[in-house]
Design a protein around this ligand. Structure first.
Ligand code: IPE
Ligand code: MG
Length: 246
């Protein structure tokens, strides 16, 4: 979710105003995903590298995050959303860890959208952390090095209970991955939106999904070997037209 600061700057507002407006985009996107029947949504809310921002901005972001989790948990719960988090959660302020823990506990048996918040997350951290855990297991004799397959490695990542993403959306126009789910995005389709995150609402989400549905995913094979699945195809097109016509 990128571009909050630029959105605010263009309007002569402080950066935090962009972050605040960005929360509205989170609300709309999560709701739209739930309604579409998307099963997994992972939001890159705060990266390991974001800790390097000015302390004022970091603490304002933390306060905003705290409030958003507290205010939204009940609604997420009533919408059957299951909350999850990945990242170095122990680095977050204690109150946020508690709110997050309560939200995750409360929603753990829900069966709708799994909403994963990536907080103090980076792809390299995830991989390094997995390597440490594997090394520990090898040392304790639970695992031998020739048993380390790609599949088994993935079990040690923070995303072990969610599938690899099909679609990665980046807002704000930059063409880079910025240390997001590095291992997991091996075959993800990319969609880069020119919209800053605060402007990203369901109409742009529908566009991203519609675009995704036009792609042919070959996974290294040739066109004839892969069959296109028309998942949600009709549904998304009528939604897109309705959203754009508004
Ligand atoms: C994304 O917007 C929000 C977070 C990283 C928390 P930015 O704050 O990175 O916005 P720009 O890139 O400066 O416009
Ligand atoms: Mg940015």
């Amino acid at each position: 979710m990128d571009g909050n600061g630029r959105w605010a700057k263009e309007r002569g507002l402080p950066r935090i105003a962009g972050h605040r407006e960005g929360v509205e985009s989170v609300r709309d996107t999560v709701e739209a995903c739930g309604q579409l029947g998307v099963q997994f949504l992972t939001l890159y809310a705060f990266s390991t590298e974001n800790w390097r921002r000015p302390t004022d901005e970091v603490s304002l972001l933390m306060r905003l995050l705290m409030r958003a989790i507290r205010d939204e948990t009940d609604k997420l719960h009533s919408n059957n959303v299951r909350m999850k988090s990945i990242g170095e959660i122990f680095r977050l302020p204690k109150e946020i860890q508690e709110e997050l823990h309560d939200g995750i506990e409360k929603t753990k048996n829900n069966t709708g959208l799994t909403l994963t918040l990536a907080l103090s997350y980076s792809g390299r951290w995830d991989i390094t952390h997995a390597v440490q855990a594997i090394a520990d297991d090898v040392k304790r004799g639970f695992l031998s090095s020739n048993e380390i397959s790609e599949e088994r490695f993935a079990h040690y990542l923070s995303t072990n209970d969610i599938p690899d993403p099909d679609l990665l959306i980046r807002t704000g126009g930059d063409m880079r991955v910025s240390n997001f789910l590095l291992w997991q995005i091996a075959y993800a389709e990319f969609f880069v939106s020119k919209f800053y995150w605060p402007q990203f609402r369901r109409a742009e989400l529908y566009k991203a999904i519609s675009d995704f549905q036009q792609r042919e995913r070959r996974f290294g094979m040739v066109s004839e070997q892969v069959q296109r699945k028309p998942t949600m195809q009709k549904n998304i097109h009528s939604l897109l037209h309705r959203a754009l016509g508004r």
